[in-house]
Design a protein around this ligand. Structure first.
Ligand code: PGA
Length: 250
């Protein structure tokens, strides 16, 4: 895996219609101006994956899904397998986003199985962790993140490419962000955890920060030690904002 220095992934969540393909074209165009040290990826809703794949074909921008099922195929109405994403040209899949953990009751075990499904299909899982406000206020942040990493990142990922995203639940879509010291503390702890379990692989695993990343705060967040990129929600929907974040990260 040739790893870029910074990975900036856009999580469109349940947003985007066919008209949004114009933004994808804008992202692909703008990506040409970025240094090769910055890699972009777009994770559209399932309905747009095929169209976005076509729009990104031959560009440097990667494609990702927002979730996948643990099984390869079968009687799972409404679900999408990692193999189906791969078939459309995806490179990444987000697993364990806090909205899935909350809305769909996904446990660490389920998230770990999804990460394994991603690897099975030849995708790079972006595994999300992060504390709630109550957990932060009761000083449990590092315990929560370590427990999520222990449970959601299976040891079978050794020597396989994976990415971890730290997304404090209270910072997602709220406009609130942790201080750079708070981000530093968590990313340092995640690095230590992964190094202890995966050695050199853990030292080079991409650790993304996510939660209200905007063009205006990206430079300071991306400059924090052990922050290797961003998982961007709202600000990834507009090419100008997403590219602004990418430029600030370079
Ligand atoms: P946000 O979402 O950038 O809109 O806060 C981030 C995420 O949930 O991945």
């Amino acid at each position: 895996m040739s790893a870029p220095n910074k990975l900036i992934a856009g999580n469109w969540k349940m947003n985007g219609l066919q008209a949004s393909l114009a933004e994808v074209a804008g992202i692909a165009k703008g990506a040409q101006e970025l240094p090769s040290s910055v890699k972009l990826a777009v994770c559209p809703p399932f309905t747009l994956i095929d169209r976005v794949a076509q729009a990104l074909d031959g560009t440097s921008v990667g494609l990702g899904g927002q979730d996948c099922h643990t099984a390869q195929s079968g009687a799972h109405t409404g679900e999408t397998s990692a193999e189906m994403l791969k078939d459309l040209g995806a490179e990444y899949v987000i697993v364990g986003h806090s909205e899935r953990r909350t809305d769909h009751g996904e446990s660490n075990e389920v998230v770990a199985a999804k990460a394994e499904a991603a690897i099975r299909a030849g995708l790079t899982p972006i595994i999300c962790v992060g504390e709630t406000l109550a957990e932060r206020e009761s000083e449990q942040t590092l315990d929560v993140v370590n427990t999520q990493l222990a449970g959601s990142v299976p040891q079978s990922l050794e020597n396989k490419g994976f990415v971890v995203a730290y997304e404090p639940v209270w910072a997602i879509g709220t406009g609130l962000t942790p201080t750079t010291d708070q981000v530093k503390e968590v990313h340092q702890a995640m690095r230590k955890h992964l190094e202890e379990r995966f050695g050199e692989q853990g030292a080079s695993t991409h650790l993304l920060y996510g939660g209200s990343v905007k063009p205006g705060n990206a430079a300071e967040l991306m400059a924090v030690a052990n922050v290797d990129g961003a998982l961007v929600g709202g600000a990834s929907l507009k090419a100008v904002d997403f590219l602004g974040i990418a430029q600030a990260s370079a």
